[in-house]
Design a protein around this ligand. Sequence first.
Ligand SMILES: [Zn+2]
Ligand SMILES: [Zn+2]
Length: 283
Amino acid sequence: MGYFKSIREPIDFVFIIFYKLPSMAELIILGTGGATATDKRDNTSFFIKSGDDRILIDCPGSIVHKLKKAGERPDEINLLLLTHIHPDHIYGLPSLVHSLMLIEKEIFIYGSQETVNFVATLLDLFELRKPQIKCKTVLIPVNPGEEKIIGGGLRLRAIRTPHHSSSLAYLLIMEKDSQKWLFSGDTPPHPPLWAEAKVIDLLLHEASAPHRFFETYPELKAVHTSSYELGFYAEQAGVRRLIPCHFFGEVDFSLEEIETEIRANYTGELFIPRDFDRWPKKI
Ligand SMILES: [Zn+2]
Ligand SMILES: [Zn+2]
């Protein structure tokens, strides 16, 4: 007579470990120039991919074209941080919203109260906040020193800079990426920025021209930073990684001169960018 024997055999457990590498935010440098473009450099702006967030820092012209050229999707932008209202940082905004007018989406736009008021006027001038515009802009003022949660859990801290009455620098804290990046916007060397810069992963700071031009045009000293000054203060602050930007197009110098002046003092990681460069570099 047969019977079924309950067989209890040791079971081999196979543990499948889903090991997730930490994500890494990606920076796409859409432009590296100052107010005057050259044949190689357009106005400074950045595009950041962090998790599901797509963050644009400043909005000069041809953003849609530049993002498509970089293989990225303009319709994915959900956050826009504006440093100030000089044309080279903001004039492309009506065109960006107009280009996305048929797409139902929201773009959250952050800036100082003065910047946000200016943006409202600018968009209304082009009738870009009317109901038929499906791309909705949500304007959010940020006070200097204030910290806000933005997008999918990023933290944004604003720091007043002495360039224009509307100017803010932004510290972007991407906890999921374990990254803190500081964007100076246009500014002369400014002690509160160096205090923040001690503890961050990446500083993107203007270095508008070599120092000899600041001697020729001393009025620049109150509103911009030379490459010599950037290297000097970045070294003092202990900045680990530095990307200079906002290179003037109206005076003649080479990026090698910028690098030499920064390296006169700075010993940390240095990346001299060209338009459409990415950071970190893909291996
Ligand atoms: Zn500028
Ligand atoms: Zn400016």
